[in-house]
Design a protein around this ligand. Structure first.
Ligand code: ATP
Ligand code: MG
Length: 350
């Protein structure tokens, strides 16, 4: 069976890192006998230029019909002046796919400890996965907008909590089987529901997974104090927004970090966490590792090809350990050269 992958290169460094990710997918496809097909479509600023719309109908249709969607990045100063916003394309895409779970692995690669703003001995061995609920909570509750008083309603249903918790427990089974659920149950009713629902689901369906609970304020400290202590971190929308940005700096370069946005009805959306980085676009300087590792997540989560995903992750880790990398990680390779090295290691593992 052929897996249909839609690639949305987007703007800035998006096309460069998307080309690198595609090359790696093709390499792992031939090494592991996978049948993958690729189709590229416009999104963001380039789609505004070509179609007058950051998320054209043709792109929406292609994404809906794909087994998975890979995105480079959108946005840039060219579209800052007024008129349609490139970022609106991304929001529309997430909505079309029904993405409710955002996964962000934070990995400290062996040999790159010196890049971290934290002390080397503190970060060594850090390998965590943040699972953030993406469609509920305070960002989407009813709002009252006033000059003297304003309010934002935070609400979660048990079903919404179970749905995201299941993603975290399933992911933990492929890792160290530990979930840390983050909430503010000493103050918030939604957090008490969250905690009850997570405990009940673990007891009923995941007795093999270790579960503990940390209040979000304490978690903000622990992430910095002992990042290597965590495996899977499960949290609601706003806490996850804040904690995932905090955690993303631990590994040293924004160019290294991948993400996945999962849906119940679709294979999901895979993208590096960095933006379009217009300052380095078109120069071959962009670190493709975040994009390449996003492609590995696509294989694992959308296509069920965990072995091929692991082969990519191993090849990336070996390249970085061997000093092959772009300038942001202290190397001298171009975007394309990094991709070529990763492809070569996938084709001929040691
Ligand atoms: P956006 O609004 O699109 O998220 P941003 O300004 O918030 O953009 P990024 O575009 O993610 O942030 O990048 C911030 C800076 O980090 C860039 O200007 C660039 O110098 C650096 N950077 C981002 N991604 C990469 C990458 N893949 N490789 C190397 N450097 C990068
Ligand atoms: Mg940004």
């Amino acid at each position: 069976m052929t897996h249909k992958i839609v690639i949305l290169p987007g703007d800035g460094i998006g096309p460069e890192v998307a080309a690198a990710a595609r090359a790696v997918l093709e390499a792992v496809g031939s090494a592991h006998g996978l049948s993958l097909s690729f189709e590229s479509h416009d999104i963001g600023g380039c789609a505004i230029d070509a179609h007058g719309d950051p998320f054209p109908e043709s792109t929406a249709k292609a994404c809906a019909g794909a087994d998975a969607v890979f995105l480079g990045a959108v946005g840039g100063p060219k579209w800052d002046g007024g008129g349609p916003r490139p970022e609106a394309g991304l929001l529309a895409l997430r909505k079309t796919l029904g993405a409710f779970a955002n996964l962000r692995p934070i990995t400290l690669f062996p040999g790159l400890e010196r890049l971290s703003p934290l002390k080397e001995e503190r970060v060594a061995g850090t390998d965590m996965l943040i699972v953030r609920e993406l469609t509920g909570g305070i960002y989407f509750g009813d709002k009252v907008e006033g000059d003297e008083t304003a309010s934002d309603l935070c609400s979660y249903s048990r079903q919404e909590v179970e749905r995201i918790a299941r993603i975290a427990f399933d992911a933990a089974r492929g890792r160290k089987r530990r979930v840390t659920s983050v909430d503010k149950a000493n103050v918030l009713a939604t957090s008490r529901l969250w905690r009850n629902a997570v405990v009940a689901l673990r007891d009923a369906e995941y007795p093999d997974v270790e579960l503990d609970h940390v209040l979000v304020d304490a978690m903000a400290m622990k992430l910095i104090e002992r990042p290597a202590a965590f495996d899977v971190i499960l949290t609601e929308n706003m806490f996850g927004d804040i904690l995932s940005d905090e955690a993303s700096v631990i590994a040293g370069s924004i160019g290294l970090a991948p993400s996945a946005s999962l849906s119940e009805s679709h294979g999901g959306l895979y993208e590096p966490i960095h933006g379009s980085a217009p300052d380095i676009a078109g120069q071959g300087k962009a670190n493709p590792v975040g994009a390449i590792l996003s492609a590995a997540m696509l294989l694992r989560h959308a296509l069920g090809e965990g072995e091929a995903a692991a082969a990519i992750e191993r090849a990336v880790s070996e390249c970085l350990a061997a000093g092959i990398g772009t300038g942001d990680v202290g190397g001298s390779a171009s975007t394309q050269q990094v991709a070529e090295h990763v492809c070569a290691r996938i084709a001929e593992p040691d």
